[in-house]
Design a protein around this ligand. Structure first.
Ligand SMILES: Cc1cc2nc3c(=O)[nH]c(=O)nc-3n(C[C@H](O)[C@H](O)[C@H](O)COP(=O)(O)O)c2cc1C
Length: 359
């Protein structure tokens, strides 16, 4: 089932970009977790477009309604239905795209797969689908925080060719991240990123970037070898986010340049438990969490829909020049931050509940 993620904490998202609403059904959430709409709305507001100069100007309010599964502020253990109505629809923005598949978007592949596709805005491939993920992720996060003290924080670590100097920070808060318009905690780098995004937008172009995520407060033992290794589950979840092109955990690709003697994470006694002096493993060994912070990076491509004239062909193969109209994100990483956090929470909540069946 391609719209469902998880084995015990199970989430199904629904909705196309311009249908009446999008959302999720969360099945398997433990009972008696305190939950209200405001718990979910905070993260939806961070995902929403129109919140800063670096996002699309589409004004989507994205107010969530909890339809079921919660009574008197507590989860009942029954399926939680989450709905966000679609309001700022302008299907006219997409009229010309009926006949022309956008280069590097999903129009051609959806049409090839189903022989039909949603009439505007990318349908299921649109970032609006991620509303359901973020709403469900907020519930997973609440469960993790209240039960294990888990803290998940993501930030923008590069935009185009502008990088922040990356020490893996485990003490960052979302408030600190949101102090920067692009969500980069290195404020100097953040300023340069902002300039780069505004310049790309000015030129009707787009930019890619990287989101780094750290998850603290994860006990040793989560993750299911061998096909559901924790890093494999995280990679699948992250690469299911629209516009992602890469995932690396711990030392990642750069780790290939080190020798084992430099790369090994030596064990030491930390507060009465075994910990490690370094964390090149990114908190996961053998597909199982080792109690250190889990950290990983997700690469996002420059979004496909750009206002520049692009020579391409229509569905019949006729040469055309495509100049996309409408309101699009010049760079998606800032809005992707809460989506990455949500996907991490969904994977970790499922891993936590699966571990409960083991010990
Ligand atoms: C938060 C977010 C916002 C996005 N906004 C846009 C956009 O405005 N224009 C666009 O062409 N793609 C946008 N995308 C990416 C497309 O949804 C995605 O590239 C497209 O569906 C093709 O899928 P793929 O890139 O995963 O292959 C966005 C992605 C995310 C995560």
């Amino acid at each position: 089932m391609s719209s469902t993620l998880g084995t015990i904490f199970k989430v199904t998202t629904f909705g196309e970009s311009h249908c009446k609403g999008v959302g999720a059904v969360v099945d398997g959430c433990p009972s008696r977790i305190a939950l209200c709409e405001a718990d979910i709305q905070t993260q939806l507001d961070r995902r929403r477009p129109g919140q800063s100069r670096v996002t699309t100007a589409r004004a989507e309010a994205d107010q969530v309604t909890i339809l079921s599964g919660v009574e008197n502020g507590l989860t009942l253990g029954t399926p939680i239905g989450l709905l966000v109505g679609n309001k700022d629809q302008r299907p006219g923005d997409y009229a010309e795209l009926q006949a022309i598949p956008r280069p590097s978007h999903a129009d051609f592949t959806y049409q090839s797969k189903y022989g039909i596709r949603a009439s505007s805005g990318g349908g299921r491939s649109s970032a609006r689908e991620t509303i359901g993920r973020v709403a469900a992720g907020a519930i997973a996060e609440k469960y993790l925080r209240e039960t294990f003290g888990t803290d998940i924080v993501a930030w923008v670590s590069s935009v185009g060719t502008v990088d922040m100097t990356e020490a893996v920070e485990t003490a960052l808060t979302r408030k600190q991240i949101d102090a920067s318009e692009v969500r980069c905690p290195d404020l100097d780098a953040g300023k340069k990123m902002l300039e780069a995004i505004l310049a790309a937008r000015e030129e009707n172009d787009s930019l890619g970037g990287i989101v780094t995520c750290v998850c603290c407060g994860i006990p040793a033992g989560w993750g299911e070898p061998v096909f559901d290794k924790l890093e494999a589950a995280l990679a699948q979840a992250m690469l299911s986010i629209p516009a992602t092109k890469g995932f690396e955990i711990g030392s990642g690709f750069a780790g290939t340049r080190l020798r084992g003697s430099a790369h090994n994470d030596r064990f030491v006694l930390k507060d009465g438990r075994l910990g490690t002096t370094t964390n090149n493993s990114g908190g996961v060994q053998g597909g199982i969490s080792n109690g250190e912070p889990i950290f990983f990076r997700v690469a996002f491509k420059p979004p496909a829909t750009i206002g520049q004239p692009q020579p391409t062909v229509d569905f019949d193969g006729n040469e055309v020049i495509l100049e996309a109209k409408g309101r699009h994100d010049p760079c998606v990483v800032s809005r992707a931050v809460p989506i990455v956090e949500a996907m991490a929470a969904l994977v970790l909540a499922d891993a936590a509940l699966r571990q409960k069946t083991r010990l």
